[in-house]
Design a protein around this ligand. Structure first.
Ligand code: ASP
Length: 308
């Protein structure tokens, strides 16, 4: 029984020389622990949907990543988080945007998918829905992270919108998290969660909660989760584009991912990357930035990496 999992914790100008060894070790540990937990779930016969939800919840709970606890701050110094999920088997999808008190936005996205007739719910309505199904709402202080706060302080009186937490110099980083999985039944699923961009306008919505942009899954082609400059990813409809190149043009997953990330996105200066799995459980991780927090596991191979 073949099962496959890939996860990411964002892409960007992530360079070894700029990262303390302890910080590198902390990221690698968080990625490896998440990978093992969700892969074990798949091994025990768990569904691709359960695996991507679990992986993303663990990354949301880890303050190192820009999602859930540790999410970046908007221009008003608040958290506004986005998440989305898609089931490759049924084509069902769910997403939330601009939530401020949800511990695990990805679980709320799943609840939108499974418990409402809708796909995408935002802001107060999403939080009211969470309350109505008994999902705990956290005090806003739960999401506070000193590191993020100090980064925001550097930007707060500027118009600079920074792609995630690394605001020094021209260093850019995208710390969104995501997961894609292929389960023992041959089903695919994808999930993405983010705090968005540092110092973003209140109400700004990026690509991460958009089905077909940062998240897409279809058992006939692939499962995708993206990270990168949201505005450009939206205009390029990245995840669905990869599906279409496979479905209508007959490209392999590798060809489609390379074409979109290393040609189309590069042409429009769309920095970022993605993780993907095709209907046979083959994994691709492609990014056009110097680094990407990433990990993957199949029966034959396991890898955890940050730099190119
Ligand atoms: N794509 C996210 C956004 O624009 C940022 C990221 O990937 O880190 O909101």
């Amino acid at each position: 029984m073949k099962v496959t999992l890939a996860i990411h914790g964002g892409a960007g100008n992530i360079l070894k020389k700029n990262m303390a060894p302890e910080r590198i070790a902390a990221y690698e540990k968080a990625l490896a622990e998440t990978l093992h937990a969700a892969y074990d779930l798949l091994k025990r016969g768990g569904s691709a949907l359960d695996a991507v939800e679990q992986a993303v919840c663990l990354l949301e709970d880890c303050p190192l990543f820009n999602a859930g606890r540790g999410a970046v701050l908007n221009a008003l110094g608040e958290h506004e988080m986005d998440a989305s999920m898609m089931d490759g088997k049924s084509g069902a999808a769910g997403a939330v945007t601009m939530v401020q008190q949800i511990k695990n936005p990805i679980s709320l996205a799943r609840a939108v998918m499974e418990k409402t007739p809708h796909v995408f719910i935002g802001g107060q309505g999403a939080e009211d829905f969470a309350r109505s199904i008994g999902m705990p709402l956290m005090d806003k202080t739960y999401f506070h992270d000193e590191y993020r706060y100090r980064q925001w302080e550097k930007l707060r009186h500027t118009t600079t919108v920074s792609l995630d937490h690394n605001v020094s110099g021209n260093e850019k980083k995208f710390g969104t998290v995501g997961a894609v999985a292929f389960d023992a039944q041959g089903n695919l699923a994808a999930a993405t969660s983010t705090g968005g961009m540092m110092n973003k306008m209140k109400g700004r919505i990026g690509d991460s909660p958009l089905i077909g942009v940062a998240t897409y899954a279809n058992n006939e082609s692939c499962a995708i989760s993206c990270t990168g400059h949201g505005e450009i990813f939206i205009k390029q409809v990245v995840a669905y584009d990869i599906h279409c190149l496979m479905q209508y043009k007959g490209m392999s997953l590798r060809e489609a991912c390379n074409f979109v990330v290393n040609q189309k996105l590069v042409q429009v200066k769309g920095e970022g990357g993605l993780i993907a799995i095709d209907k046979n459980g083959e994994v691709e991780i492609v990014f056009n930035t110097p680094g990407m927090f990433r990990a993957m596991k199949t029966a034959a191979k396991e890898a955890v990496a940050i730099f190119r």
